[in-house]
Ligand binder design. Sequence first.
Ligand SMILES: [Zn+2]
Length: 120
Amino acid sequence: MVLDKVTSPMCPLCGVATEDLYHFVVGCSLKADYWREVVSLLSRQDLLPSSLAVWTALTSFCSLDMVLLDEDVLVALGAAFTTLWKYHWESVIDVDPWIPSAAINMVQHDHHLIFSSLSS
Ligand SMILES: [Zn+2]
């Protein structure tokens, strides 16, 4: 049962912080590295230079200066979030470590068309 695996408020991946929603999505250093790679794959480092920028995009659909982001960028971020969610729970349920390269391979595999159209 899944709940048996969630026995502590601490992040099961890094083990050093309480897992709130921000930590789950971008705050964990493992997730921050994941998003940095995703943004790099999308060639949007100028638009999304930090974890806070990714969080703002996911929660308000805007850049840090509150300009509405293009739909293709939002779709890619949403797609990357579904992979983050899937890989997070695979790691927790199987009690496997979060492997950064595996996370990036998974997002590229799962969302190949979105990433190939945005990356150039
Ligand atoms: Zn963590």
